[in-house]
Design a protein around this ligand. Structure first.
Ligand SMILES: [Zn+2]
Ligand SMILES: [Zn+2]
Length: 337
């Protein structure tokens, strides 16, 4: 089912202004969930307000609903733009709305306290900042002035728009498969024998095995490698060895395998193409109790990110040794979706 209306579409550039340089400015809140009501509010400069007529609004409408809002930002060392987030079914206002009751205060460069207005309201936002394979807009293919006004509307670059919609639909289709170390996979690990040392050694150089199913693409993982990681940790939780679970049918403590760099197609391809390494390897698999494991996937950010930082400290030496390089921040980004 198509959920995106290709006729209601706006691309907003978050590079203009001081936002990306000093990380201050009205756009500061664009990607953040508002703590007061849980919605996402996006700013677009009111001095050239959004022309909602171009999004299908009628003459006297004050806003238009069901708009796909795509945020882009400048790519490092290039004037091209990358998609960093999008909102489905957003409400877009004709004029800037006061953000006062939403606590959208910030201090600008001159130390002035300001309230950020907003033109976009959405109950959802997909943050793609942590994705390796971001959609890139090569501006010279279109117009080097395309973001002079910080945005463009549907109908301006039809081919590009078609590709962006395809990219987003594809992302949404595969979203549930992004990190699928679910029950089935854990069950497989429990029932596997640990990999041999040769199998462990070879894992890191093995080519990727991508599975195409009706639900999208995913990476086939070797449960024996995960089992070996559990065995090596002596079935103790990497967060705290005191965490107790229960005994499995094989009379060993139940623990789960988690790929620290999640084994998504996107991540796997990135590390394979850039470092020649397969991230379905011992160095990337941690032994973790089910409670901590669920938190790493579904916990609230503050506590979850603390755990991820801890895992990075514990595991990064091993990853580095085998040539899988990433910073703590890059790892955190991979958990932000
Ligand atoms: Zn996991
Ligand atoms: Zn634990």
């Amino acid at each position: 089912m198509r959920i995106i209306d290709p006729n209601k579409f706006i691309v907003i550039d978050l590079y203009a202004g001081s936002y990306n340089i000093d990380n201050i400015g009205h756009e500061l809140f664009n990607l953040e969930r508002n703590p007061i009501d849980g919605n996402y509010y996006g700013y677009c400069p009111p001095r050239d307000g959004i022309v909602i007529k171009k999004l299908g609004a009628k003459k006297n409408d004050k806003y238009v609903d069901n708009v796909l809002v795509v945020y882009v930002s400048k790519k490092e060392n290039s004037s091209n733009r990358e998609i960093i987030a999008f909102c489905l079914n957003a409400r877009v206002y004709k004029t800037g709305q006061s953000g006062k009751i939403l606590n959208r205060y910030f201090t600008d460069k001159d130390g002035q306290k300001k309230v950020s207005t907003y033109s976009i309201k959405s109950d959802n936002l997909f943050n793609l900042k942590g994705r390796y394979n971001k959609f890139e807009i090569k501006i010279y293919d279109y117009s080097k002035m395309m973001f002079r006004k910080q945005r463009f509307y549907v109908g301006k670059y039809p081919d590009l728009e078609k590709n962006i919609i395809e990219y987003i639909e594809n992302y949404l289709e595969n979203k549930d498969l992004l990190d699928n170390d679910d029950n089935l996979e854990q069950e497989e690990i429990q029932n596997s024998d640990a990999a041999s040392s040769k199998e462990i050694q070879d894992a890191i150089n093995k080519s990727l095995s991508i599975v195409n199913s009706s639900q999208g693409k995913s990476i086939a993982k070797n449960s024996r490698i995960s089992k070996a990681a559990l065995k090596e940790a002596n079935y103790t939780c990497i967060i705290d060895i005191a965490h107790k679970t229960f005994k499995t049918k094989r009379q060993i403590p139940y623990m789960e395998g988690h790929h620290l760099i999640p084994c998504t197609v996107d991540n796997s391809e990135f590390f394979y193409n850039n470092f020649g390494k397969n991230i379905d390897c011992m160095e990337n698999i941690i032994c973790i109790c089910p409670n901590c494991h669920r938190e790493v996937h579904y916990g609230e950010w503050e506590s979850k990110s603390r755990k991820i930082k801890m895992l990075y400290k514990k595991q990064n030496d091993k990853l580095e040794k085998v040539g899988i390089l990433l910073t703590e921040n890059e790892l955190l980004n991979l958990y932000k979706r």
